[in-house]
Write a protein that binds this ligand. Structure first.
Ligand code: SF4
Ligand code: SF4
Length: 278
């Protein structure tokens, strides 16, 4: 039976798409962004056992070489995440579509939809499709938060199941994108064009990091491309914040308000009609 590897479910979120939504974070990502704010979602657990030694409530145990998490005993202290050198998390759960639907049963009357995030949820595409097909039957909208590295094009069943995508465009420049994420950005731009052409691109996001990225060039080039595609699509400029990041691999200050306003004005000058700073 198909199962998805779920990192966590946030019952109510107002920052993961339109309206009040349940956000579901899947485990595993094919990028390794220097500024990742939840690096514990990047890799799958290799069952090394390190985290079991730091859990104050003994809710992590090794059973036949596999780390086991007792949810009832967990006090969410995050000691396990701090101890893990593998950018992973012992508190993930394999869930069927039916189990996820059951988990949102109580919040369902109060939400407008589901947003799948990660990690990179498109790495578990078959699970995304089957879950969203059920979500749609409940009359909820189905949104995806993606790093854009897996093609959305060429899969009619997938695109029928998804209402819209919130797409990260982390850098316009190929080399800079590789330095930041470890991967190329070619498919990201193909996805951006495709999703805009079928009216399923909800927003583009770019994180502004003063000391390591060419932010002006990025915002200038990305906003020009976006306004050519559809100037009404939201362009979100996100301030880098050094919270939850791996400080051993990134050293940067936060962008100033002036810097963010300047970048916003560049995007507006290039024709984007809906630019926000967060
Ligand atoms: S977050 Fe939970 S599992 Fe992790 S160390 Fe703390 S109590 Fe143990
Ligand atoms: S979560 Fe990390 S530390 Fe814990 S067993 Fe898995 S890889 Fe090891």
């Amino acid at each position: 039976m198909l199962r998805g590897l779920v990192n966590k479910i946030i019952p109510f979120s107002s920052v993961d798409g339109p309206g009040n939504r349940t956000a579901i974070f899947l485990q595993g990502c094919n990028f390794n962004c220097l500024y990742c704010h939840n690096p514990e979602t990047i890799n799958l657990c290799n069952n090394c056992g390190t985290c079991t030694k730091v859990c104050p409530t003994q809710c992590l145990t090794m059973e036949n070489g596999i780390v086991h998490w007792d949810k009832e005993k967990c006090i969410e202290c995050d000691n396990c995440l701090k101890a893990c050198k593998n950018c992973s998390c012992p508190r993930t759960t394999y869930m069927t579509v039916e189990e996820v639907i059951k988990a949102i049963e109580n919040t369902r009357p109060f939400i407008s939809g589901i947003t799948l995030s990660g990690g990179e949820c498109m790495l578990q595409k078959e699970f995304v499709i089957e879950l969203f097909e059920e979500v749609k039957k409940l009359g909820l909208t189905a949104f995806i938060d993606s790093n854009g590295s897996i093609p959305f094009y060429g899969d009619d069943r997938l695109m029928k199941a998804i209402d819209a995508v919130m797409l990260d465009v982390k850098s316009y420049d190929k080399e800079e994108h590789k330095m930041l994420t470890g991967q190329d950005n070619e498919i990201v731009f193909k996805n951006m064009e495709y999703l805009a052409s079928i009216n399923k691109l909800y927003e583009i996001r770019t994180v502004i990091v003063p000391d390591i990225l060419n932010n002006e060039k990025n915002v200038d080039s990305i906003s020009k491309r976006l306004s050519e595609l559809n100037p009404s699509i939201k362009y979100k400029l996100i301030k880098y914040r050094p919270i939850g990041v791996r400080t051993e691999i990134i050293k940067s200050s936060m962008p100033s308000e002036d810097m963010m306003e300047k970048l916003k004005s560049i995007a507006i000058k290039n024709g984007c009609k809906d630019v926000i700073v967060v």
